[in-house]
Design a protein around this ligand. Structure first.
Ligand code: GLY
Length: 557
């Protein structure tokens, strides 16, 4: 399907790269790990100008909305996990379902899911949250004027940027898939790899946002253009939806892991609870991991046993906490994790159907910033799949998300990432769709030691889990921890271990896993694009995942 085809090309291209982009300097330096060179350059520029990590993050997010249009956005939403002046914060700017959305909106008269309706075109979009989220971050922590932070993005939209080979390929693939169903070709049809690409309408929109802030996007000229686009294409987002959109500060999930505090996302992200469970379960089964080689068959089996229990909980309990009661305390409770850990079978694959939720029962992008004062921003935002719904707001020049697919269109029917959901994640007006985005921090003795995140849909938190494990349980340096092969298991499809062409598991490990009963699938896309900064032992190291075109910088200023 659409996602897989796009992703196949994505991986083939990404696997040409093999060296992580790494930078290192003494502590007290500023650092950024960004999915492209423009985002990295702008973060450095803002920090050098005296801005803090939040200023740099806002400017990077707007820049990526121009230079990384396959995922960077103003038409989508995301999460920001922050450490500022010694305290943890979590900002939720996830999209919401429009007021006219309803539970069965993607089902036909036979109650079957209509293919691609939640992925392509005007009905696929939730109410965008990015502009309001970045504004809220600025209101609370920004130190440079808002307009200065939007200005670099205006520049790249007006003057253009050089199109990367892989973003050109995802766009070429999407054009084929869309077959003229949206206006995507009118805006991105002329994009050529290696050539300059300008977006004049987007430049005008960003200039209005620079001048008027979110009032333009949610009430003003941009709001009118967006709603006009919806009306022409049969979409649901109204002026009232935009006017009513709120981004919100929530309590981050904070759990203990070894000597660290893990500071991570709260619902409507599933990632923070899931990552805490993954780390907690692995710690409880530490004896099973003794002497087990990284990425050996036994290692993959143990990690899959852990992951399938976490995904069972995700499917049944997690959704927007404003609409559904998420049993967060119970899911993170030590006695509950003890009980779940005890169910793990270190020798054999647990029977899939027997794994119930335990209490009774692509394209996203990430960047990390650290300033010289130790403030940190871990930000993941998204349009959902590459270039979102493929719909551009005419006259405003920005892409809209297809985030509605992250709701459960029908209980038990997998979405584009193959994950299932239940009532907790059913569509309802104004509700936020469940996410896997997990921008996270590890904090030790009041200081940020790791800033980490990645795209990858349902593979986000298993990728972060593996990098943290590589780093702290296996003692790998950050570059190797990020570059090491990753794999993924998410309960369903039954007994499936997904690998990536970038770095598949060793042939003998694959043979052994097959003999144990696992079905090995090399999926079409890379498992994530980690952007991480580590500050430890008097040294700051930043890494952009070798799987893509990210750039990492560490600099004194
Ligand atoms: N759209 C992917 C996620 O939020 O998990």
């Amino acid at each position: 399907m659409l996602f897989r085809l796009i992703s196949t090309l994505f991986t083939l291209l990404l696997s040409c790269h093999s060296i992580a982009d790494t930078a290192e300097k003494q502590s007290g330096s500023g650092a950024v790990a960004s999915p492209d060179q423009y985002g990295a350059a702008v973060a450095e520029q803002i920090l050098r100008r005296g801005g803090n990590a939040v200023d740099a993050a806002i400017a990077t997010a707007f820049t990526l909305a121009v230079t990384y249009p396959e995922a960077g956005n103003i038409g989508g939403g995301g999460f920001m996990t922050l450490w500022f002046d010694g305290k943890a914060y979590f900002l939720d700017y996830r999209e919401t379902a429009p007021a006219a959305a309803h539970r069965d909106m993607y089902l036909d008269s036979e109650k079957q899911v209509i293919e691609n309706l939640s992925l392509i075109g005007h009905k696929a979009s939730g109410v965008p949250g990015t502009v309001m989220g970045l504004w809220q971050a600025h209101q609370r922590f920004g130190s440079l004027p808002w307009a200065e932070l939007v200005k670099p993005a205006v520049h790249y939209a007006q003057s253009g940027f050089t199109v990367a080979e892989n973003q050109y390929q995802y766009r070429a693939d999407l054009l084929n898939q869309l077959e003229g169903k949206t206006n995507f070709a009118d805006y991105f049809g002329t994009m050529q790899a290696g050539k300059n690409f300008r977006q004049p309408e987007l430049a005008a929109t960003l200039s209005r946002i620079a001048e008027h802030g979110p009032a333009d996007f949610y009430l003003g000229e941009t709001a009118k253009l967006l709603v006009g686009q919806m009306q022409r294409g049969g979409g649901l987002i109204s002026m009232a939806d935009l006017a009513g959109y709120k981004a919100g500060w929530r309590e981050p999930v904070v759990t203990s892991w070894h000597d660290f505090q893990l500071v991570t996302t709260a619902p409507p992200s599933s990632g923070g609870i899931a990552l805490s469970q993954l780390l907690g379960l692995k710690q409880r089964r530490a004896a099973d991991f003794n002497g087990v080689t990284l990425n050996s068959a036994q290692y993959v089996h143990l990690m899959a046993e852990i992951a399938k229990r976490v995904y069972a909980d995700r499917a049944d309990y997690l959704g927007d906490p404003d609409f559904t009661t998420v049993p967060q305390q119970q899911l993170l409770d030590s006695a509950y994790l003890d009980k779940r850990a005890a169910e793990i079978n270190p020798k054999k694959i647990s029977v899939t159907n027997a794994i119930q939720a335990g209490l009774e029962g692509y394209h996203t992008t990430h960047f990390s910033v650290l300033d010289k004062h130790g403030n940190a921003v871990s930000n993941t935002y998204t349009l959902n799949l590459d270039y979102g719904s493929g719909v551009i707001v005419e006259g405003a020049g920005f892409l809209l998300n297809n985030e509605m697919d992250d709701f459960s269109a029908k209980a038990g029917v997998p979405n584009a990432f193959g994950v299932v959901g239940s009532d907790a994640n059913a569509i309802a007006p104004g509700k936020r769709m469940l996410s896997s985005m997990t921008p996270s921090l590890l904090v030790k003795d009041g200081k940020v030691e790791l800033v980490i995140g990645t795209p990858g849909g349902s593979t986000i938190f298993t990728s972060i889990f593996q990098v943290i494990t590589n780093l702290y349980d296996f003692g790998l340096p950050l570059s190797e921890a990020v570059a090491a092969p990753r794999f993924h298991h998410q309960l369903l499809p039954k007994d499936q271990i997904s690998m990536e062409p970038y770095a598949p598991l060793a042939a003998e490990v694959q043979t052994e896993l097959k003999a144990r009963g696992y079905n090995l699938v090399t999926q079409g896309w890379s498992l994530g694009d980690i952007q991480a900064i580590q500050s430890t032992g008097g040294k700051v190291t930043a890494i952009a995942d070798p799987r893509s075109r990210g750039v990492a910088k560490v600099f004194s200023y």
